[in-house]
Design a protein around this ligand. Structure first.
Ligand code: GDD
Ligand code: MN
Length: 366
């Protein structure tokens, strides 16, 4: 038994599977093979079964129904984990993933690194795809990378090597993708779990035999990528930050009116505008304090001990936000001659972004 296991999901791959196993054998790859077949109507499972009787390093996992690429990989990986394999490789059955690259892929993978056979880095390429399929893949890659901020060029790649401790850490039962989005969810989880991702170039050949099963998977996968994005910690934090900001605004106004009212009654001899400014100052301090506390406890869950210093930073950032709000409001209404409401929206948006990022990176760092 080898320490490495190549997991090959199959659905109607009778023209490919024996040749592929043959090619892996020829390459003398230091790995066993597990074919995960979803009861292919064309008999792929039986063919693989027959091969496994001769080749003791080849195994087959038969599943009752076609449940999708992601589910097949989860089942295959669990099978391998139960048997003590330390590196698990994902590979298509149709020769799109070059068997010659297996050794390189495996050697780049270690206990804290996932290696990826990449089409979109220098030296990698795709041969044989129609332009429409190419466009789909390229666009999907771009959107997924932007939404999830995963630092790889080929985020939808299917040719990868995972160390077993990564698979243990993420809990395969929590994988949300049943189908092709699995290929995006895994590098996303890897990055969130602090594992390294390295890419090595491959030439992806379109299949010569059989058919792709990706047809109709796009909407489902896009939806899942979007779901993963809004579950991301940084997006959740941003939404919380906006909620806190809205509460702060309500507090701000709720303090301003009564403060102004009572100050006017108490100090009627003083300049009305001066009193207004003082009321505004008071409401700013109160609402900023409320915001600070809520953001510390809820948005960023900070446990920093130097509270006075942290609160001071928060106030400074808020003052900066105020200035930015004014500047953008002036730009919009004074220079671009927009209507007030659009000036307010632009100013608030700019200030919110400033406040969020500076507080995240500075005030609530750690
Ligand atoms: N067991 C099982 N169950 N296997 C499946 C299923 C399923 O539901 N769906 C697909 N497969 C198998 C196929 O038989 C093949 O071996 C492999 O998964 C890849 O499927 P293809 O249908 O050949 O995918 P593709 O060539 O269109 O897509 C490739 O490129 C994508 C990125 O552009 C794959 O490498 C994808 O993983 C990759 O995301
Ligand atoms: Mn394919």
């Amino acid at each position: 038994m080898s320490a490495n296991l190549i997991v090959i999901p199959t659905y109607n791959e009778k023209e490919n599977i024996s040749q592929l196993i043959e090619a892996i054998k020829k390459e003398k790859v230091p790995a066993d093979v597990l074919v995960v077949d979803d009861n292919s109507p064309d008999g792929t499972g039986k063919i693989a079964q027959r091969i496994s009787q001769k080749e003791k390093w080849v195994y087959v996992l038969h599943r009752q129904e076609k449940e999708g690429l992601g589910r097949a990989y989860v089942a295959g990986f669990k099978w391998g984990m139960e048997r003590g394999y330390t590196k698990l490789i994902s590979m298509d059955a149709d020769f799109s993933h070059p068997p010659e690259a297996l050794k390189r892929l495996i050697s780049l993978c270690d206990s804290h690194t996932i290696s990826i056979g990449s089409r979109y880095i220098k030296g990698g390429k795709i041969v044989g795809w129609k332009w429409s399929r190419y466009l789909n893949s390229w666009g999907g890659n771009l959107v997924a990378r932007l939404l999830l901020q995963v630092k790889v060029k080929d985020i939808t790649a299917g040719f990868k090597c995972y160390p077993v401790n990564f698979l243990k850490k993420i809990n395969l039962d929590k994988i949300q993708a049943a189908g092709y989005a699995f290929q995006v969810e895994m590098p996303h989880l890897a990055q969130e779990a602090g594992f390294k991702l390295v890419e090595t170039p491959i030439t992806f050949l379109d299949r010569k035999m059989g058919e792709s099963k990706i047809h109709g998977e796009l909407p489902k996968s896009a939806k899942l990528v979007f779901l993963l994005a809004i579950q991301k910690k940084s997006y959740r934090q941003f939404i919380k930050f906006c909620v806190v900001g809205a509460i702060g605004t309500v507090v701000d106004w709720g303090i301003f009116y009564p403060a102004n009212f009572f100050l006017l009654r108490g100090f009627s001899q003083v300049n009305i505008q001066a009193i207004r400014q003082i009321s505004k100052g008071i409401s700013f301090i109160v609402s900023a304090t409320v915001n600070y506390v809520l953001n510390r406890k809820w948005t960023f869950r900070s446990r920093e001990k130097a509270i006075a210093q942290q609160a001071g930073k928060f106030f400074l950032v808020a003052l900066g936000g105020l200035a930015i709000n004014q500047i953008f409001f002036y730009l919009a209404t004074g220079i671009l001659l927009w209507r007030n409401i659009f000036g307010l929206i632009l100013g608030t948006a700019a200030a919110t972004l400033w406040n969020f990022f500076v507080n995240k990176k500075w005030t609530f760092k750690n």
